[in-house]
Design a protein around this ligand. Structure first.
Ligand code: EZ4
Ligand code: CO
Length: 405
């Protein structure tokens, strides 16, 4: 066996090309460079500090090929384990190390994972509008771009600022002082939403895959009502109907509706989904590489899911950097239980600091063939886009009660 390589430098770069992205860059003695995404939307600097102060110093001198041991060192080796900050930081390192290993092997990442199960990955994108008509016009525009699966969100009469319709965050330049606030009324939402999907089916016919994100706002019984009321329209899935940490709540939803269910974008560990998967309470697991400990840990989640006939439906909003999309597409190319990949395009300025070889075509995403995960990072260009504090919104009921966003 040849002499092991050695990690000589590791740093974290926070840049805001249209929105904040946290990038881990690792260099080795043999001259290899790997990059990983460690973006945690609205909490970016917490992950950057966790990396800079607590993980990266201990990485120097280690053999980059020992990905599993490095993962265990930072997960099992930590008394305070799990949580979104920790697992996103570990993911940034893990993906950079997979990038290095694949480059050292001269292979695209999917080959290291076990080779292709498919060459294209079905994706879904977002369409939204303040009214049902606007939301359906937006859906039609996506359909004309070739999308075969669309997540539709519409404004609810009487509500001023609804998730998915009115922008996820304030886009004004400079530091945002505090989160924007949305308003919420579950009864109004439950009355309005079936009409949205009835109109979508009427207008677009049976073939278009329709998805919807309830964004954690309902009780289990309300979620069951939503699922039942949408059954006539044959949705691909309803996502996050209830707050995601309450795994046993899903037993009631599952018993009451056949509408397919997806959850997991806020999970950071296999333990968050253990009951959901092993009791077959969901159809799609959405945990993805950046927030759930990297390729090394998400592979465990996907393998467990495969045993129980649960498929992947990875989170792919544009606050996950192009690196995560690159890695996710290699993963999806391999995963035997791949289901669908979320795809929302990145801000145009992101292309000034990231380069990628993955691509969208006619409703599908394709991974590239470049050795590694196929995404590059220009550190000098990143310096032109300094960090700006941005929050995700918060949400309140009409009477002012703090609610789930
Ligand atoms: O709210 O990525 O399905 N997608 C989503 C996203 C999430 C954001 C959080 O950073 O729910 O819009
Ligand atoms: Co979501």
């Amino acid at each position: 066996m040849s002499k092991p390589d050695r990690i000589t430098a590791a740093r974290v770069i926070v840049a805001s090309p249209g929105r904040n992205y946290v990038t881990v860059k690792i260099e080795t003695a043999s001259g290899l460079v790997g990059i990983g995404d460690a973006t945690l939307n609205g909490r970016e600097l917490a992950v950057a500090a966790y990396l800079t102060e607590h993980l990266l110093p201990a990485l120097i001198g280690r053999d980059p090929a020992r990905i599993e041991d490095t993962w265990q060192y930072f997960y099992r080796g930590a008394y305070w384990r799990r949580g979104p900050v920790t697992m996103t930081a570990i993911a940034g390192i893990d993906v950079a190390l997979w990038d290095i290993k694949a480059k050292a092997a001269g292979m695209p990442l999917y080959q290291l994972l076990g080779g292709a199960s498919r060459d294209r990955m079905l994706c879904y994108t977002h369409a939204d509008g303040a009214s049902i008509e606007d939301a359906l016009d937006a859906t039609d525009a996506k359909r004309q771009q070739g999308f075969r699966a669309v997540r539709i969100q519409a404004g609810v009469p009487g509500l001023e600022r609804v998730y998915g319709v009115h922008g996820a965050h304030d886009t004004a330049a400079g530091h945002q002082p505090a989160p924007l606030e949305g308003d919420w009324d579950t009864a109004a939402y439950l009355r309005h939403t079936p009409g949205l999907f009835e109109a979508a089916r009427t207008r677009f016919g049976p073939d278009l895959h329709l998805l919807h994100d309830a964004h954690h706002r309902l009780s289990p019984n309300e979620a069951a009502q939503l699922g039942r009321s949408l059954e006539p329209y044959g949705l691909f899935w309803v996502e996050d109907p209830v707050p995601a940490e309450d795994q046993t709540a899903w037993r009631r939803i599952r018993q009451q509706t056949t509408t397919p269910l997806a959850v997991g974008e806020v999970f950071n560990s296999i333990w968050d989904a253990q009951t959901l998967i092993t009791e077959r309470l969901i159809d799609y697991i959405r945990s993805t590489i950046v927030h759930a400990g990297g390729v090394t840990h998400v592979r465990r989640i996907a393998e467990l899911a495969a045993l129980y006939n649960v498929r992947t439906g990875f989170h792919g909003a544009n606050d996950l950097s192009p690196i995560t999309m690159g890695a996710a597409l290699h993963f999806g190319r391999w995963a035997p239980n791949f289901g669908i990949q979320e795809y929302a395009s990145h801000p145009p300025e992101a292309a000034e600091i990231f380069g990628w070889d993955w691509r969208y075509e006619a409703g599908d995403l394709y991974s590239g063939e470049t050795p590694g995960h196929g995404v590059t990072f220009d550190e000098a260009a990143a310096a032109r886009f300094p960090y700006e504090r941005h929050y995700l919104d918060v949400n309140r009921l009409k009477d002012g009660t703090m609610w789930d966003w």
